[in-house]
Design a protein around this ligand. Structure first.
Ligand code: NAP
Length: 270
């Protein structure tokens, strides 16, 4: 029986939940796999990826800080990867001679919104952050026709580079927006330090949805901050699970069942 060799590459990587998620997909689909977490520094990335696939590896997930750099090792880029200049999934083809790069973060975010009945069409949406995560969800959100898509970032000139990266998408700066806000998405790593605060002066109310791309076993600092406005609050664990499911589908052409994986993840991380 074939045991497919898979993994996730990042630095640091030891807290990654991806090995548990893919192990669970393996149980649920009957596909035998070995999925490991690899801590790889930037200077060793290309050699690691090339050798992984040469040695029979089937697929890799790529996480921080390698999502941009990894595409230099790929031979074929999906349309999303070309647009984002970043990837989170690599697939080995033709015995490892051809590496295909895809990005499943945007699709994973949208799938989680659908799962939670979060509407994007005609809504005013604010994204906090202008890093890789923000960049990866913007085109997917824009496709669904929000009324206004607003971006705010601690370092203002990074917002401008994001706007330049997506000239086709009508993005707005928070300073130029003063309507009601239907949804605030935290795509920063600001909460990692333990607390969260953001200067949004108007537009928030008890119907605003707060979605944190970050996640954890307890409520995230962003969602704690949001509690004073609204009870409509979601963390990014659903997105993590769905982006993993899309990677699995790219590798095996099978959509793995995703129900109740959150409970398994946090049971394993007590
Ligand atoms: P990144 O490229 O390093 O960008 C980090 C962003 O956070 C930048 O906009 C940065 O602003 C901002 N930031 C960092 N510390 C801050 C602070 N103290 N105050 C205000 N802003 C701060 O990281 P990323 O890849 O975008 O990831 C962002 C978050 O999304 C991470 O927590 C990651 O775990 C999460 N994420 C989740 C999923 C999922 O599947 N759920 C997928 C991808 C990412 P400056 O430009 O000013 O530095």
């Amino acid at each position: 029986m074939t045991i497919f060799k898979l993994g996730v590459v990042g630095q640091p990587i030891k807290h990654s939940l991806s090995p548990i998620i893919h192990q669970e997909f393996s149980i649920r689909t009957g596909i035998q796999l070995q999925y490991d977490a690899y801590e790889v520094p930037p200077e060793a990335l290309d050699g690691f990826i090339t050798n992984f696939f040469k040695d029979g590896g089937h697929g890799l997930n790529i996480t921080l800080p390698h999502k941009k750099a990894c595409i230099a090792s790929a031979h074929v880029l999906s349309k999303d990867v070309e647009l984002l200049s970043a990837a989170n999934t690599l697939t080995g083809k033709e015995g490892g001679k051809k590496i295909v790069a895809d990005s499943t973060d945007g699709a994973g975010f949208i799938r989680d919104c659908e799962d939670k009945n979060i509407q994007i069409l005609n809504k005013n949406i604010i994204i906090l952050g202008a890093g890789g995560a923000s960049q990866s969800i913007i085109p997917s959100i824009a496709k669904l026709g929000p009324a206004k898509l607003v971006v705010d970032n601690r370092t203002k000139n990074k917002t401008n580079s994001l706007f330049n990266q997506f000239p086709e998408i009508p993005l707005l700066d928070l300073d130029n927006f003063n309507g009601p806000i239907d949804m605030v998405i935290n795509a920063t790593s600001a909460g990692l330090a333990g607390s969260f605060d953001w200067d949004i002066i108007h537009g928030l109310d008890k119907e605003t949805i707060f979605y944190d791309l970050s996640y954890g076993p307890s409520e995230t600092p962003f969602l704690q901050w949001a509690s004073s406005y609204s009870t409509h609050k979601f963390d990014g664990i659903g997105m993590l699970i769905f982006q993993a499911a899309y990677s699995f589908e790219l590798w095996f052409d099978i959509a793995p069942p995703t129900k109740h994986i959150k409970e398994i993840l946090f049971k394993n991380n007590d």
